[in-house]
Write a protein that binds this ligand. Structure first.
Ligand code: AMP
Ligand code: MG
Length: 411
């Protein structure tokens, strides 16, 4: 008698119970990009740091030009130039002005900047054709953030704008949760490196390239080890070698009940990895557990490329997001109207390739390709996975289905 299948939710719960956010590390801004901040960052000086000009123009005393008008310009002598970065300490005395560039510090005495467009652009003296109130075209120190303000809170996911802000407040390093390091290896004696000639019965190793890219897209640092033949000794040695640099190990192939199912053979012995049949299609055989002295999470995914991809999306990606400290571990799910009929096996959750389009907020999805889990071309032509629940066996055209959006444009 075969064991009842384990549910997807039970398997995911077991995975999430094992993984936790990685501890803090101080990283440079470029390394911290995409990571989660775990300190509150305060502005140690005001932002902007000093009053400066918002325009190229002339720093004036607003009172001196209050009579200026298009037909009656006020002419002021220009006593100097302040460029951005300038340290020359000019003072604007009554009746005088200073030519100033965007971002240059406002000279003492001046209380307004008149943009060059409102003048004749003069060098020695300038004719000003407009009156402006005090404060005009001045960016005040601290108007973005005053000194001591918390500009970013712990827990913030650092995208480009947040990295820019950290640099603007003068930080070159911050404490973040580092990216998990994921070691990816493919098992299979039929596999050859992509680009190498194929003998009869051989295929290129697609999975390690696929999963390394998927891990990187999830925010991890991925190491592609590549191919390990179906030989237990070599697999055991390779795992041993790789553990040193891994926060997670992902293998593909060798987890079902074939004669050369090397992952199952080697890791069943360890005792901390279980091999289960999960109520899903594709992706039914799964190995998961911990290995090595640091209890490194180990995922033994099935070998068919689509199975390995779906397994990655369902189990590995959420684990990596949790390790990164990101709250939203799941892909966005939407309800979409399906354009064609679908069938789905009873008692299994199926993940079918689809192409989602959205028009004025309304999602539609078209199934892509067949259901065979070796059909990687149809995977590459999809931007979503249609998720059909365990108890649904048929879906009518026009009905609503749940769809997991992958990282592609939803045209
Ligand atoms: P397995 O789970 O090892 O029995 O493999 C299942 C199927 O997936 C077989 O047809 C394999 O040849 C294929 N397969 C396994 N690993 C890979 C891989 N890395 N790239 C492409 N196909 C693979
Ligand atoms: Mg195999």
């Amino acid at each position: 008698m075969t064991e009842p299948l384990k549910s997807v939710d039970a398997q995911l719960a077991d995975v999430m119970a094992v993984v936790s956010p990685l501890g803090g590390l101080e990283l440079t801004l470029s390394d911290a990009h995409g990571c989660v901040l775990i300190e509150d960052v305060h502005a140690s000086f005001p932002l902007p740091p000093f009053d400066n000009s918002a325009m190229d123009g002339y720093a004036v005393r607003a009172d001196d030009i209050r009579a200026a008008a298009a037909g009656a310009p006020v002419v002021l002598p220009v006593v100097g130039d302040v460029a951005a970065g300038s340290t020359t300490p000019y003072t604007v005395q009554p009746g005088l002005c200073v030519r100033i560039m965007t971002g240059a510090p406002l000279p003492p005495g001046a209380d307004a900047v008149i943009p060059v467009e409102d003048t004749d652009g003069g060098i020695a003296q300038v004719a000003i054709r407009r009156a402006v109130p005090p404060g005009h075209c001045i960016r005040r120190a601290g108007e973005d953030a005053t000194q001591g303000t918390a500009v970013l809170a712990g827990g913030t996911h650092l995208g480009a704008a947040q990295i820019g802000l950290l640099a603007a407040v003068g930080r070159d390093r911050v404490v973040v949760r580092p990216r998990p390091r994921v070691v990816v290896l493919s098992t299979g004696s039929e596999l050859v490196e992509p680009g190498q000639p194929l003998n009869r019965g051989q295929i290129p190793d697609a999975n390690s390239a696929l999963l390394t890219a998927a891990a990187a897209e999830s925010g991890a640092i991925a190491f592609r080890v590549g191919i390990v033949p179906d030989e237990p000794g070599i697999l055991a040695d390779t795992l041993e070698d790789q553990l040193i640099r891994a926060d997670v190990i992902v293998t593909t192939g060798g987890v079902s009940v074939g004669a050369y199912d090397v992952v199952k053979e080697v890791l069943s012995r360890v005792g901390t990895v279980s091999f289960d049949r999960i109520a899903m299609q594709p992706g039914m055989p799964q190995g998961f557990g911990v290995i090595g002295p640091d209890n490194t999470p180990f995922f033994g995914l099935p070998g068919n490329p689509v199975s390995s991809f779906v397994s990655f999306e369902v189990f590995v990606r959420p684990a990596l997001r949790r390790m990164l400290g990101i709250e939203q571990v799941a892909r966005p799910m939407v309800r979409a109207r399906i354009s064609e009929a679908l069938r789905s096996p009873s008692g299994k959750r199926s993940y079918l390739r689809g192409w989602v389009s959205v028009e004025e907020g309304v999602y539609t999805v078209r199934p892509v390709g067949g259901t065979g889990s070796h059909l990687i071309a149809s995977l590459a032509a999809s931007n979503a996975l249609i998720v059909i629940p365990e108890d649904t066996t048929a879906v009518e055209p026009g009905s609503a289905v749940r769809v997991m959006l992958l990282e592609r444009r939803h045209q």
